[in-house]
Design a binder for this molecule. Structure first.
Ligand SMILES: [Zn+2]
Length: 292
């Protein structure tokens, strides 16, 4: 063998150097985004509490309907152990704004929704609530119906077709939260008009979504599950229908991060997968910056 053959050609060294450089760049960029996310989460929460103390909005975007002086929730409320029917903090949603009777929202969030609904209507947009507050047992029903194959995941795929339990949980988690980890427990989050992203892609649905993107923030509402990308690395799939009343839900989110750990997420089939899949950081906390 000649010397030339034993020595790798120069472009192999070049490729290795480029690969190392690329990996370094990826590590630095991930660290930057993580630190930026932590910084934003911290500064916005701080702003909410500073505003609560001073009573004066710190930015012009905060409208007078914002109610930042929301008391810190108890851990049980964060986990969905609530009864909106008997709890004074909740209001029954009028049937004319919803597709069925019997749904509840936290009263401040509902007031903000009513203002948003009115503004939308004057622009020819009809907002209809399909789902609002869901206590733990309600979420447990949804989760276990999927877990035990009583309800399809999508198409004709059943979770029971998936033997690996972590993989089974991951598939359900594309669109459904584990009991104890759903934002619907908080009374601040609602699903609007259609549970299908394609509805919002054209015609009437597109008009609804365009209106929300332009105006919802003015009433305190944000979209937590935006498309995966720069803003959000993973977590649930995009949900154009899910909107959250940020002045309260941001306080709940921070409280969740501080108070809840994996010992609290239990009481349903597959709960053991919560820590294995790290659902708190990968799902609960992986939301759009606009909701922090
Ligand atoms: Zn939802």
């Amino acid at each position: 063998m000649s010397k030339k053959n034993r020595k790798p050609p120069w472009h192999q060294y070049f490729l290795i150097a480029m690969a190392i450089l690329l990996s370094l760049l990826m590590v630095v960029s991930r660290a930057y985004r993580a630190s930026r996310r932590a910084g934003i989460a911290h500064s916005e929460t701080t702003a909410v509490f500073e505003q609560a103390v001073s009573g004066v909005p710190d930015t012009e975007e905060r409208s007078e309907i914002y109610e930042p002086m929301y008391p810190l929730p108890e851990k049980l409320a964060l986990l969905g152990h609530i009864d909106p029917v008997s709890d004074d903090g909740f209001t029954l949603i009028d049937r004319r704004y919803a597709n069925r009777q019997g749904m509840y929202m936290r009263s401040e969030a509902y007031d903000a929704f009513l203002q948003m609904h009115k503004a939308a209507q004057s622009d020819g947009i009809n907002l209809i609530i399909l789902s609002a507050t869901r206590p733990f047992d309600h979420q447990k029903r949804i989760w276990e119906d999927k877990w035990f194959g009583r309800r399809v995941l999508y198409g004709n795929i059943l979770a029971t077709d998936i033997d690996d339990l972590a993989e089974r949980a991951r598939e359900i988690l594309r669109f459904s939260a584990m009991p104890g980890t759903s934002r619907h427990h908080w009374g601040t989050d609602i699903d609007l008009n259609s549970l299908d992203n394609s509805y919002f892609a054209s015609g009437e649905g597109k008009a609804v979504y365009d209106w929300l993107i332009k105006n919802a923030a003015g009433f305190g509402f944000c979209q937590p599950y935006t498309a995966h990308g720069d803003n959000r690395e993973g977590g649930y799939e995009e949900e154009k229908w899910h909107w959250s009343y940020q002045p309260i839900s941001s306080v709940f989110l921070k409280a969740y991060e501080d108070m809840v750990d994996y010992g609290d997420i239990t009481g349903f089939a597959g709960w053991e997968m919560a820590s294995e899949l790290d659902v708190i950081s990968r799902y609960v906390l992986d939301i759009s910056q606009s909701c922090y």
